[in-house]
Design a protein around this ligand. Structure first.
Ligand code: ADP
Ligand code: F6P
Length: 544
């Protein structure tokens, strides 16, 4: 969604929220999603981006608003908390609307919280984001250590990563008080927790959620700055992962590579440098009701398919992914080729629609992946396609979220085949959007529902939650993958419906709000150690 905002005469907003602190004149709502202190969110991506809409001196400015995932989910929480959000200002007009402290009040016109933008130079972006974050940490954590070497000497990338982490830490210090809860998101900020710790009052709480996998100790050894990263992350009071496996691997790495750390594997605690870091797992969910409602609101699903040149008559397979080598797209194409080899009767009857979103373009591994995927689609289509039908319809075009929900709703089978994935939200989005042909108005969230089948890689965080009722796949075993697709398509309707009902129960119960509540509950317990574990429905620390 885009809002138009007039540019102020001096090119700046009035900066009323430049102090960035909480607003004493605004009462806190006790029914808010429950952040126990004054909230400061730190993330790489920002919730609102300002862009110029036209050329010239009087050009107007438009605002891109978050449409999905974590940013959209967190936005109302930060609004209710009258908090502060610190993020990279990557929009062309971002700094035309900020005040002298790089702050702007958002959402536009509502002024509910302060967005503090960090201005990064081209070199900083190249080294911090494209370099260390996405050509060292991303491949490391997704178990592609070979790709790190492609970057060559990444010393300068790490120096910039440290510098950018310092700049974010300085920004946090401008806003923090002893009551602050600093909540850091993801792998772009591996050094920030300790840097923030050094800059803010001791009583403030620092929590961090690591949204991607954590590597094995053997892979972690490929990163020569591993010790500094572990030290950085142990500046947190709380460190969250989606699933237990990643938390345990983190503890193993600390034990192996940080001599002075004391690891309690039973309680998931690490004592290091006069501080204690508690680990917790909580699988992130989605805003399931919104996907359900959006899918029900689609008037003409057939018209959506026709936009992609897909006949409404076909059995539909669907893939929706960022064009990332961790998503297992070539492996999926290989399985589809095997499927069409083995099932000639499915030709012209089954179509696979693959939506791929270009991502981190310019990084060689991503460029190569794009070329490989496009050429494999062309090859497979020329092998099996006819004048009227293509087995794989491939698009990199932007698909609005409501249309995406329509495609999820129409899909007979959704295929998510990552080689490794921290969570995987699209699998959950498919489930929440699987509403069948039920009434569009007046339906309770979750009811009625459809009978789509989810093929889900056993290597995703989502599999730990959804594996029992999905069809589990090993993305690297082409024959078995193709056979799993056959099984899914041959499954009786009653079995498909039973599975989808269970999947929906899981996705609706453990949704985005439940995940955030569990994070805040864990944080609250750090403030008051006497609070009982029984109060927390979502988060997990190990059973002893
Ligand atoms: P990752 O975080 O690695 O990209 P996830 O599956 O966890 O993978 O999340 C991807 C998010 O991006 C989902 O919320 C999904 O709906 C969204 N997305 C992916 N492709 C598109 C698209 N073409 N249009 C809109 N949203 C998309
Ligand atoms: O899943 C990890 C993640 O960094 C998300 O936080 C983000 O939305 C997604 O990948 C897209 O990556 P980027 O922010 O690099 O475009």
């Amino acid at each position: 969604m885009r809002n138009t905002e007039d540019r102020l005469p001096d090119g700046r907003s009035d900066g009323r929220r430049a102090d960035g602190g909480s607003h004493p004149d605004e009462t806190d709502d006790d029914d808010s999603p429950g952040c126990p202190g004054s909230l400061i969110v730190v993330s790489n991506r920002q919730p609102y981006r300002h862009e110029y809409e036209s050329e010239g001196d009087d050009r107007s400015i438009v605002v891109d608003e978050p449409t999905g995932g974590l940013t959209a989910g967190l936005d109302p929480v930060v609004q209710e908390a009258n908090g502060t959000w610190i993020a990279w200002g990557d929009g062309e007009a971002d700094f035309a609307v900020t005040d002298a402290n790089d702050c702007v009040s958002v959402p536009p016109g509502e002024d509910a919280y302060t967005l503090h933008r960090i201005d990064l130079s081209e070199e900083a972006v190249d080294c911090y984001y494209y370099g260390f974050s996405n050509q060292v940490l991303w491949p490391l954590c997704h178990e592609f250590p070979g790709l790190i070497k492609e970057r060559g000497d990444w010393t300068n990338d790490f120096d910039w990563y440290r510098t950018v982490n310092e700049r974010f830490a300085d920004a946090v210090a401008e806003h923090a008080s002893a009551e602050s809860i600093v909540w850091i998101q993801d792998y772009h900020f591996g050094l920030a927790p300790r840097l923030i710790r050094e800059r803010i009052p001791k009583a403030a709480t620092i929590a961090h959620f690591w949204h991607i996998p954590w590597p094995t100790p053997e892979t972690f050894a490929e990163c020569s700055v591993g010790e500094e990263l572990l030290e950085g992350l142990l500046g947190n009071d709380l460190l969250g992962f989606h699933v237990d496996r990643y938390a345990r691997l983190f503890l193993e790495c600390v034990e192996r590579y940080l001599d002075d750390a004391v690891v309690d594997h039973d309680e998931w605690l690490v004592d290091y440098d006069e501080g204690t870091t508690r680990l917790a797992t909580a699988a992130m969910g989605i805003d399931a009701d919104t996907y359900d409602e959006a899918a029900r609101a689609v008037e003409d699903v057939d018209a959506l398919l026709e936009e992609f040149g897909v006949s409404p008559e076909v059995t539909l397979g669907l893939g929706v992914d960022r064009l990332d080598y961790s998503k297992g797209i070539p492996e999926r194409l290989a399985a589809l080729e095997r499927f069409f080899e083995r099932n000639p009767d499915r030709r012209e009857e089954f179509t696979f629609l693959q939506k791929a979103t270009p991502s981190r373009t310019g990084i060689p591994a991503y460029e190569r992946l794009g070329e490989l995927v496009r050429s494999e689609v062309t090859r497979i289509n020329s092998r099996f396609g006819t004048d009227d039908w293509q087995p794989i319809v491939y698009t990199e075009e932007y698909v609005p979220q409501e249309n995406l929900c329509g495609l999820y709703r129409r899909a007979d089978v959704m295929v998510t085949s990552p080689l490794l994935d921290g969570m995987n939200l699209v699998a959950q989005e498919f489930v929440a959007s699987c509403v069948g042909e039920g009434p569009r108005d007046g339906a309770a969230p979750g009811e009625p529902h459809g009978d789509g089948i989810l093929l889900l890689s056993e290597r995703t965080g989502a599999h730990e939650r959804l594996g029992a009722d999905a069809v589990t796949i090993d993305p690297t075993d082409t024959d078995a993958f193709a056979a799993d697709l056959e099984t899914a398509l041959a499954m009786p309707a009653s079995e498909r419906r039973r599975r989808m009902r269970s999947l929906r129960t899981e996705v609706f119960e453990a949704d985005l709000k439940a995940w955030m509540d569990s994070q805040f509950e864990s944080i609250r317990r750090l403030h008051d150690p006497n609070e009982s574990d029984d109060d927390d429905p979502g988060a997990r620390t190990p059973q002893v």
